[in-house]
Design a protein. Structure first.
Lengths: 324, 321
């Protein structure tokens, strides 16, 4: 197993004490596999991704285990983590403009991990950087390598960042909303590129997105997160075809349908997600769920296995199935 | 000047052009220009909401701002109920503003954090003459109720609300003058999916309840289709296709419209290949030619004009689908 996350809790410090922002996250990923993490703002999806990279904000604490290639990342020193980061695990961020250094040329930034992790000479790393830029589909890669981030378009910058993330052929790539800032046509190209390069080098991919459709087309398995909790997980096709959790169902039904009658009422989810400083002790979705009973508010729901590895944290799954 | 027609459209845009001057690259170079909107004409009739779809940089937001005189066009005209806004005297334009309001994308940036909600919502009333304090208060209460907020919420400040609630406040502010036209620029794209549905439902309710007509700007085809009867697809400052929503999305005539529909992520697990990447646009011919899968020699030589097709549609393509 390439990656095994077990009972991961993440706490962030605030003025009023620690807040638990990810609760009991557990999932596994094998070589070359793809996993999507979908959730709304505040669901904990990005924090989960950052925990895997060892890039949580200052003061954050974790419990549980993140075992990557046999080593528990939560116990590694920052120096050891730096050796892994960019080499064995790499991340593609949402906004390439802020993730890239504006003062260094694109080529230099792509060459950096090659010099650091692979011990390449400066010249060899530069040559390799141009090859990588070509591989991610940038026209005139030698010229692009000399360009600075502001001289590229959003799509080109994202391609450059992918080149940087893939430079050392990592075993695991984490892409956090890699296409949210891009136009739809460019988004489709970038997602194709990530999928193709992943397949060619047998890299595992974790794709984090608020958009279930982006996950559906690119990931074999999916985790649906809400308020720090994995509400449902399983093979993407099972979760989409037979969503078990009322939240997943609501999320699928809230989208405007293509060619539905105009102005058709959408199935809105009433209310808003609880804030991290007022997290209920029971199910975090209880306040918005049509199936809530008293027991939902008493304790957080445990995962229930449906078929295969399809699980959902809900004590009302039977009622949810009847409703469908 | 001709007498205005008997029943002028709610909004009429005539050959509108907006040119921005870019800073010169060096002292001796001539300053370059960006034609953000490059000769666009359309009309919005009352009761038929109009959507403009396009990618970033297509000029859709500039067009929306020029359409309600937040931005002066370089040439061309924007007419509200038959009256040209760029020619109207200041005082008259202020009164005209009561008929048109705007909802912005960012519910965080568009509300002044230091003002109470009631004051934010009441602000557009300044363009109506002779509104008493009592009338203003009752209008605020009415607007708050229309968007599902309580009267007590008027005393609060923006930071006390979530993103979806803030967008409701922005909508209440837009409604307070009882406008006929509301321009909404990406009104739900900053919101979570579960909140988007609430705001879209509110927008369609208000359409029915108050007879509001929307000019909706969005990159999201599903959102535009949900609200709008007519859609225009914009590419590099021009409309490449316009028509009734069903026809335009059901059987697009322009290859770019087709590409947009195909590129939108769908809830299915099968992968489709993305269309060709964007290249630098040519100076002559069709702006979309370098990306178009169906390009022919004529496309590179001659820019296509918007031409009428069957079923009330127009497309700027030499070889419509």
């Amino acid at each position: 197993m390439l990656l095994e996350v077990a009972n991961l809790n993440i706490d962030l410090p605030t003025a009023d004490g620690a807040r638990r922002i990810v609760r009991e996250a557990s999932f596994t990923l094998d070589r070359g596999q793809t996993l999507g993490i979908v959730g709304e703002s505040g669901s904990g999806k990005t924090m989960t991704a950052l925990a895997l990279m060892g890039l949580l904000p200052d003061g954050a604490t974790t419990s549980g285990a993140i075992v990557f290639e046999g080593r528990d990342l939560t116990r590694l020193s920052e120096a050891r983590m730096q050796e892994l980061r960019g080499d064995r695990i790499a991340m593609i961020f949402q906004e390439p403009m802020t993730a890239l250094n504006p003062l260094h040329s694109i080529g230099r930034q792509i060459a950096e991990p090659l010099i650091l992790h692979r011990g390449l000479s400066k010249a060899a790393a530069r040559t390799q950087a141009v090859k990588l830029l070509e591989r991610v589909g940038l026209a005139d890669p030698a010229r692009r390598a000399r360009a600075y981030p502001h001289e590229l378009s959003g799509g080109q910058r994202q391609r450059a960042m992918i080149a940087m993330a893939l430079s050392c052929e990592p075993r695991l790539v984490i892409a956090d909303e890699p296409t949210t800032a891009l136009d739809v046509t460019v988004q489709a190209q970038i997602l194709d590129l990530i999928a193709d390069l992943g397949e060619q080098s047998n890299m595992a991919l974790i794709l984090v997105s608020h958009d279930l459709a982006v996950i559906a087309q690119n990931c074999a398995r999916v985790l649906v997160m809400y308020s720090g909790m994995t509400m449902e997980s399983g093979r993407t096709q099972d979760v989409l075809a037979r969503p078990a959790h009322p939240y997943t169902k609501a999320l699928l039904e809230a989208r405007p349908r293509v060619s539905a009658p105009r102005g058709e009422r959408l199935h809105a989810i009433a209310g808003a997600a609880p804030s991290a400083d007022a997290m209920p002790k029971g199910c975090p979705f209880a306040g918005r769920c049509p199936l809530t009973i008293e027991a939902c508010r008493l304790a957080p729901p445990a995962p229930v296995t449906l078929r295969g590895d399809h699980t959902a944290r809900c004590i009302r799954i039977d009622a949810a199935e009847r409703l469908a | 000047m001709n007498a205005p027609p008997v029943d002028p459209p709610l909004l009429e845009i005539l050959d509108l052009v907006k040119v921005y001057h870019l800073p010169r690259q060096n002292l001796f170079a001539s300053a370059s220009q960006l034609r953000a909107v490059d000769g666009v004409s359309f009309r919005v009739t009352a009761g038929r909401s109009f959507g403009i779809v396009g990618e970033s940089g297509s000029g859709k937001s500039t067009l929306a701002r020029a359409a309600i005189a937040l931005e002066a066009p370089t040439s061309g005209e924007a007419r509200l109920l038959g009256r040209a806004m760029n020619l109207a005297p200041r005082a008259e334009l202020r009164r005209m503003r009561a008929h048109m309001q705007m909802i912005f994308q960012d519910p965080y940036g568009s509300l002044d954090p230091r003002q109470r909600i009631e004051r934010i919502i009441a602000e557009p009333l300044a363009c109506l003459d002779g509104i008493s304090r009592g009338q203003s208060a009752s209008r605020v209460a009415e607007a708050l109720a229309a968007v599902g907020l309580g009267v007590g919420d008027g005393r609060k400040y923006p930071h006390e609300f979530s993103g979806g609630q803030r967008q409701r406040i922005a909508i209440a502010r837009a409604l307070i003058t009882r406008p006929k036209l509301v321009v909404a620029d990406e009104p739900v794209s900053a919101l979570d999916v579960s909140i988007q549905a609430q705001v879209l439902n509110l927008m369609t309710d208000l359409q029915r309840q108050f007879g509001v007509t929307y000019l909706l700007i969005s990159h999201d085809l599903a959102v535009v289709e949900h609200i709008c009867d007519e859609i225009a697809v914009m590419y590099r400052g021009r409309f490449v296709e316009t028509g009734p929503s069903e026809q335009l999305l059901g059987s697009p005539a322009h290859p770019y419209t087709r590409a947009l529909i195909d590129a939108a992520p769908k809830l299915q697990t099968a992968r489709r290949r993305a269309p060709a990447p964007a290249l630098e646009g040519p100076r002559t011919g069709c702006a979309y030619a370098s990306r178009c899968a169906l390009v022919q020699a004529k496309c590179r030589e001659e820019a296509p004009e918007l031409r009428a097709l069957a079923d009330a549609r127009q497309a700027a393509c030499h070889f419509p689908l």
